[in-house]
Design a protein around this ligand. Structure first.
Ligand SMILES: NC(=O)c1ccc[n+]([C@@H]2O[C@H](COP(=O)([O-])OP(=O)(O)OC[C@H]3O[C@@H](n4cnc5c(N)ncnc54)[C@H](O)[C@@H]3O)[C@@H](O)[C@H]2O)c1
Length: 318
């Protein structure tokens, strides 16, 4: 099916604002449901209808679902470390917010559901070799527990309702427009600190490997699978980068004299998290085109512009 009107939950946030803009550019109507706890009304794509509300609120969800034929569900509290401090809220938003969406949608009208999941559902990998979707799930954080539960709620109930489902497990997403908080998005955090003349911190020995994928590639994956590919897919770049290598790359680009601090490892973090992306390539032609080395420029410019604007405070203590 080709969706004509898509509900993007979390559409005022980082990935949601990119996805909304791309859907509008493709000619679909977009409604955004966001409680603006992290996202801002200013980030909502021009032309999208904004319903300000919580995914756990049935009336807000019903209003947002009006006339919609597909859902891209991105709203969540996006923090692994913060999910230990705010585990109740995290689980409530991800698990019950998802269940609320599923119970409220009309399966005769909504003909596709895409759920944003995460690499945080996986068990740690033994090495930096890419892992497939068949890798064991054993979340190390409340955030990952919530995402796995949301996958299971959707898998079971949407099959029962006859609504096709795509589960997309995003890996570490970077790009312009990510809200700066101390916890989310290591590239945004490092660059913000470096551009402020502060020292970024690596937790642990820095040899943990991550898969950094550009938000444009994630957006292409969301749109490429929407209405087309049912199933569960990793969306990453397919390449691993250690945090030590990342820190070297970022300091070289913006502050070669900066020092990088080291602190003890934090709970909940996977040591090795690199996506095997062959399933997405085969199912819907997913081919990331952006790279860490080439495409940091836009992120640096975005953060510089935000730092020269009036001071930004994190929207809530994540
Ligand atoms: N950024 C990444 O590296 C990454 C990696 C894996 C998975 N994901 C997933 O992708 C999705 C989007 O993440 P993002 O990076 O854009 O984060 P984000 O924080 O920028 O966006 C999430 C949006 O959801 C909204 N929100 C939070 N709780 C809500 C609630 N109860 N009701 C309504 N809206 C609510 C926030 O205001 C925010 O605008 C999330 O589901 C996240 O778990 C992101």
């Amino acid at each position: 099916m080709t969706p004509t009107h898509v509900l993007v939950t979390g559409g005022a946030g980082f990935i949601g604002s990119h996805v909304s803009r791309a859907l509008l550019a493709r000619g679909a109507a977009v409604t955004v449901l966001d409680n603006l706890s992290v996202g801002t009304a200013a980030a909502v794509a021009p032309g999208a209808r904004l319903v300000t509300g919580d995914v756990r609120d049935r009336a807000a969800v019903a209003e947002a679902l009006h006339d919609v034929d597909a859902v891209v569900h991105l709203a969540a509290q996006v923090t692994i470390r913060g999910s230990f401090e705010r585990f109740y809220d995290d689980l409530d938003t991800t698990r019950m917010g998802t269940a609320n969406l599923v119970r409220t949608l009309d399966p005769a009208r909504v003909r596709w559901f895409t759920l944003a999941s995460s690499m945080a559902v996986y068990a740690d990998a033994p090495s930096a070799a890419p892992i497939t979707e068949a890798h064991a799930t054993q979340p190390l954080s409340p955030y990952g527990v919530g995402k796995l539960a949301a996958e299971q709620v959707c898998g079971q109930m949407l099959a029962h309702l006859g609504v096709p489902l795509t589960v997309l497990r995003f890996f570490n997403t970077f790009g312009p427009g990510q809200t700066y908080t101390p916890y989310v998005g290591v590239i945004t955090i490092f660059l913000t600190k470096l551009l402020r003349g502060e020292s970024p911190v690596i937790f642990g020995d820095g040899e943990q490997a991550r898969d950094f994928v550009h938000v444009d590639d994630i957006t292409a994956g969301v749109l490429g699978s929407l209405g087309r590919a049912e199933g569960t897919f990793n969306l990453g770049s397919g390449r691993g980068t250690s945090l030590n290598a990342l820190a070297g790359l970022l300091t070289d680009q913006v502050a070669p004299a900066a020092t990088v601090l080291r602190e003890a490892e934090r709970p909940g973090e996977l040591r090795f998290s690199v996506a095997d992306i062959r399933a997405a390539r085969e199912a819907f032609g997913y081919r990331p085109t952006r790279t860490l080395e080439r495409d940091l420029g836009g992120v640096v410019d975005d953060i510089r512009a935000r730092l020269s604007a009036p001071p930004e405070t994190p929207p809530h203590p994540r």
